[in-house]
Ligand binder design. Structure first.
Ligand code: HXC
Length: 511
């Protein structure tokens, strides 16, 4: 018979050792670098005291290169489940104090265990990355582990929200797990992602670049579009993860959480009547319109620094989550290009996966012309937006505030590609081309007074929403002050929408 105290002491000691990960000196080093440990990160992320750890005592089974003397309880992953705002989530965090958070076969097994649980229970999963990549001593076993993680990422896509938070290095093939998830968060100057690091880059391409310049948060948030959010600090970043989840359902069968915002759905905003400049070539900030119409002015922007000619993000309207896609006339006149097409299409598809209605606010002069765009495939990329809107079976409401020209008009949730409600301001201009462009093509020889008259005639004919309204392509012309109530009424009307695409294995979106 074993003494109860001895048993308990032994358990407490084993737990204490496991919780120390790679040891106090490694924890101190992590802190010296301004980084939290895996456990501290999970504590900040989850509701206080809700974390339940799984596989705390698991150890790796490799003895190559002296690893048999480096067996640490829990190995390099802290994993389990807990709550965010009282809702179940799964979480795993790479523990950099254990062999640099490198991925062993054992760590991969721990990760895929929580991935499978999250999928089975229908709850979001959050991965906190801080790792030196595949555990070099384990060779192919570690690589195979990544394959298993990627497999689960892909199988779970569209079923549960998957979120990656990069809080340290994330290099090589390891980048592809975050890349397969729905949203990537990075921390300013603390996290890096690249397929090959600065040294390899130098050898292969002779480019001299440091890791921040190659794959820091600023680069991925603004240039590559790999990162959707950037936080100033780790705590800040983890709070943003919590906020994102407040808009999302736990899985593809669940409703989004209702936000009791108390903001009057019928609220009018007279200032919107003056938002759109009389001169169509003058910009205005679409964010002002968005913040005016959503509940409490709270707009959670996604991909804020990338392809700023289009805005995407989440908000509540009458307490319900909506996904907003909006042109930004204040950035490159809101023109559609390769990056903005990719950004919008991916966001639309996310919303559709998780039953989030889509509100499109349109002021678009067209697709960006030029060799760079054509040669890099604007045709292929622009097609993604059409595909995403058509495929989306969620309620879709579009408001044209000003310009809606040409192909860009059609692809941005026009009536003919399956939008449920199409609204327009009296200032809307719906035409194949803007007046200048059209007259240049049709009457290129005209000059002076004659040209001015033709321009005026074209503007009179097309620089308004009435032709489209006559033909039923616009359902209602609304006053800007009433935008909020009109969109909420439209969403309310469309909430019982029951549409399914034809049965198929899956479509073939132009990638
Ligand atoms: C085993 C590793 C490791 C790894 C780091 N360590 N990376 N152990 N496998 N991949 C160990 C170090 O030996 C060290 O152990 C401890 O972790 C901390 O590492 P440091 O180098 O001291 O830390 P730091 O100076 O902060 O540098 C961090 C780092 C660097 C930038 C991540 O360690 C590094 O470059 N590591 C290798 C990265 C890499 O090339 N990984 C393979 C990528 S390819 P001690 O005992 O000294 O504390 C890949 C393929 C995936 O992952 C394919 C998927 C399909």
């Amino acid at each position: 018979m074993r003494d109860r105290k001895v048993v308990l002491d032994e358990f407490n000691e084993f737990s204490r050792i496991a919780e120390l990960g790679g040891g106090q000196d490694k924890i101190d080093k992590q802190h010296e670098q301004g980084k939290l440990t895996a456990r501290e990160r999970i504590d900040v992320l989850l509701d206080k005291g809700t974390f339940v750890e799984i596989d705390k005592f698991v150890i790796h089974n490799c003895s190559n290169f002296g690893l048999d003397k480096k067996k640490i309880s829990g190995d390099g992953i802290v994993s389990g489940y807990g709550k965010i705002d009282g809702r179940l989530v799964y979480v795993y965090a790479y523990d950099f104090t254990v062999l640099g958070g490198s991925l062993s076969r054992t760590n991969a097994n721990k990760i895929t265990k929580v991935q499978r649980l999250a999928l089975k229970m229908g709850a979001p999963i959050i991965a906190i990355n801080d790792s030196g990549g595949a555990r070099i001593q384990e060779g192919v076993s570690a690589l195979a582990g990544y394959g298993d993680i990627f497999y689960q990422n892909t199988i779970s896509s569209g079923v549960i929200p998957q979120i990656s938070v990069i809080m340290g290095p994330c290099a090589g093939g390891a980048c592809y797990s975050p890349a397969l998830t729905d949203f990537i968060f990075m921390v300013k100057e603390k996290s890096h992602m690249f397929v090959t690091g600065p040294d390899v880059v130098k050898t292969v391409t002779h480019e001299d670049i440091d890791k921040e310049g190659l794959g820091g948060a600023a680069v991925h948030a603004s240039k590559s579009g790999v990162a959707h959010f950037v936080g100033d600090t780790e705590e800040d970043t983890l709070m943003m993860v919590r906020e994102l989840l407040s808009f999302l359902p736990s899985n593809n069968f669940e409703e989004c959480p209702f936000a009791n915002t108390m903001d009057d759905p019928m609220r009018e905003d007279e200032s919107l009547n003056d938002l759109i400049p009389e001169d169509p070539s003058k910009p205005y900030d679409m964010i002002e319109l968005i913040e005016s119409i959503v509940d409490d002015g709270n707009f959670f922007e996604v991909h804020k620094h990338f392809a700023q000619n289009i805005i995407v993000g989440f908000a509540h309207m009458a307490g319900k989550t909506v996904g907003i896609v909006a042109d930004q006339p204040a950035f490159q006149a809101g023109v559609l290009d390769i990056d903005s097409s990719d950004k919008a299409a991916r966001f639309i598809r996310f919303c559709d996966c998780f039953n989030i209605p889509i509100v499109t606010l349109e002021d678009v002069p067209g697709f960006l012309p030029g060799c760079t765009q054509e040669h890099n495939g604007i045709i292929r990329h622009g097609a993604k937006i059409v595909y995403a809107y058509v495929e989306a079976t969620v309620p879709k409401v579009t408001l044209i505030t000003r310009k809606a020209y040409g192909g860009a008009y059609i692809v941005l949730a026009s009536k003919n590609i399956g939008t449920d409600v199409n609204l327009a301001y009296p200032s809307a201009e719906i035409a194949v081309l803007g007046a200048e462009g059209a007259v240049n093509i049709l009457y290129r020889k005209q000059t002076g007074e004659e040209r001015a008259q033709t321009l005026a005639e074209y503007e009179k004919t097309f620089s308004n929403p009435y032709r489209a309204a006559e033909l039923g392509y616009v359902d209602e012309i609304i006053l800007p002050a009433q935008t909020r109530q009109k969109i909420i009424q439209s969403l309310d009307m469309a909430q019982t929408k029951n549409r399914q695409n034809p049965a198929k294995k899956h479509g073939n979106i132009p990638l």
